[in-house]
Design a protein around this ligand. Structure first.
Ligand SMILES: C[S@@+](CC[C@H](N)C(=O)[O-])C[C@H]1O[C@@H](n2cnc3c(N)ncnc32)[C@H](O)[C@@H]1O
Length: 492
């Protein structure tokens, strides 16, 4: 990777050689890590959630830690422990374990500031990162950061001798712009990395972000990358619609995305944001056309007429409310939602709201009933396969680099196809050759799932699915070999 300077992007990385799909491009440990700004009390060593009953006070400073003896020895907790005692001068008492807890808002900022005196080389690296200081001062978060982070650090920890308000605000900005949410604990935590901080954003990126069990960040190419191509990751949720992604990036990273996906109102012909055109007799869908610095314009792909953003927002708010109050763990509720809205009357069938519910339902089928996938009715199994196939096609088009979600869906698809084959064969509906065709298709998907998920850490659900997928692949190969032998022709 070669660091370059771009007029719009600032510093960014380009590939210094061609990179194959699947190659790991970067693996690095964090410069700093700490709790998310808005969190309930967590152990300040392992960063896992704690309660009054599962924690005990650090004997030196009073901040609660979990009861794992290793957490008492961890160096991660030194910054706040040291400054609580040596700057504030007395122990802290956390007695309220409800979430969120304001005292935790400053911890990650404090840990960055601590580097100035205790690891100057890391401090230098942090100070090189983009902070968007002017934008921070105008942001909606500024007032809160001023009170709960800056003033708290200056007054409670008595840091006014060592840092100016501006310096602390700069650190807040650096965290805001560069920190990654780490899903390795419950709740997740934040970490800032060195080289990863210079990778630009795209909603259609060529790199995929994963993690190791020990908290390293791993970037992997998900498509072939030519020498000279820009390297990119997605800073936002790639499954959100254009407007939500845009809003999130403008609010938290202070730029307007102009990637290929955002500039194409159809999102590569998927109509991912499509809302039914209100024009009488028009069968088309209105799509968002974005211009930097102005509100979106919604234009029908078919009749080309413009619809007011208010009309679109009214529909999105109404259906969004139904979605947010829907019981997402309940297959019946998901089916009901799809039945109401997957009619083309309001939303395009590929709309992100429908996609969201399909992803949930594709996984719930077989998970929520006691007997698993074997006990699903034929209709439900057929529906599960149809949902998975639809999602695989859609995600391949709009988020090809999103290994995790596609890996999970493809894993579900392989299991459903194998079950369908076994079921039909057991009922005498298909012969051995047809069963083999089902199992070969299932195996093809399974191999893709293993490829997509191969770097998922074993402590995350995706890592557990990977282990299961590897086991299934070996069993499926055994079954297929036996089938080949019984059919009497060569393996395919
Ligand atoms: C994590 S930093 C990336 C490195 C940054 N360019 C630098 O010079 O430090 C994120 C910032 O980079 C810029 N940036 C990243 N991706 C961008 C994009 N696709 N379009 C415009 N600006 C982008 C924005 O200023 C954003 O706040």
């Amino acid at each position: 990777m070669k660091l370059c300077q771009d007029k719009v992007l600032g510093r960014c990385y380009v590939a210094s050689r061609s990179i194959k799909a699947g190659e790991v491009v970067l693996k690095e440990s964090p410069l700093v890590q700490g709790p998310s700004q808005i969190t309930g009390p967590v152990c300040l060593s392992c960063l896992k959630s704690i309660s009054m009953h599962t924690s005990e006070e650090c004997p030196k400073c009073g901040w609660p830690l979990c009861r794992d003896p290793q957490c008492r020895m961890s160096e991660d907790h030194i910054p706040e422990c040291d400054w609580t005692m040596n700057k504030r001068g007395r122990k802290i008492k956390i007695s309220n374990f409800t979430s969120p807890h304001p005292s935790y808002e400053c911890i990650t900022t404090l840990r960055c500031l601590y580097k100035k005196f205790h690891q100057p080389s890391v401090w230098e690296k942090l100070m090189q990162l983009e902070a968007h200081l002017d934008e921070c001062k105008k942001s909606s978060r500024y007032e809160n950061d001023q009170k709960n982070v800056i003033q708290f650090l200056l007054n409670f920890f008595k840091l006014d001798q060592d840092f100016s308000e501006e310096e602390i605000l700069k650190v807040c900005g650096i965290i805001q712009v560069n920190a990654h949410e780490m899903p390795l604990t419950e709740p997740g935590y934040m970490a800032i990395f060195d080289r990863t901080s210079f990778i630009e954003h795209s909603c259609f990126p060529n790199l995929y972000k994963s993690f190791t069990n020990s908290g390293q960040l791993l970037l992997r190419a998900m498509k072939p990358i030519a020498a000279g191509d820009h390297l990119s990751i997605c800073y936002t949720d790639p499954l959100w619609g254009t407007i939500n992604r845009r809003h999130h990036l403008e609010e938290s990273k202070y730029f307007t995305c102009q990637c290929d996906r955002c500039r194409d109102p159809t999102e590569f012909n998927t109509m991912y944001n499509g809302i039914k055109c209100p024009e009488h007799q028009c069968k088309g869908y209105v799509l968002p056309h974005l211009t930097v610095g102005s509100e979106e314009t919604w234009i029908c792909h078919d009749c080309k007429k413009t619809t007011s953003p208010e009309h679109v927002h009214k529909i999105l708010v109404k259906i969004g409310e139904d979605l947010s109050t829907m019981e997402k763990q309940n297959p019946e509720a998901c089916r009901k939602f799809l039945k109401s809205y997957d009619t083309g009357r309001f939303l395009h069938p590929n709309h992100y709201y429908l996609t969201d519910v399909r992803i949930a339902l594709a996984q719930l089928y077989g998970q929520t009933n006691r007997g698993g996938i074997q006990e699903l009715s034929d209709d439900m199994l057929t529906h599960k396969i149809a949902l998975c196939k639809q999602l695989v096609n859609l995600t391949r088009t709009i988020v090809p680099a999103e290994g995790r979600i596609r890996g999970i869906i493809i894993f579900e698809l392989h299991a459903s196809l194998a079950e369908m084959g076994r079921r039909r064969s057991g009922q005498g509906q298909i012969d051995s050759a047809q069963l083999r065709a089902f199992l070969l298709e299932s195996k093809q998907y399974l191999e893709e799932a293993v490829w997509l998920l191969q770097y998922e850490p074993s402590i995350l659900p995706e890592g557990k699915i990977l282990v299961q997928a590897q086991e299934n692949l070996s069993s499926l190969n055994t079954v297929l070999q036996a089938l080949h032998a019984s059919i009497g022709d060569s393996p395919m």
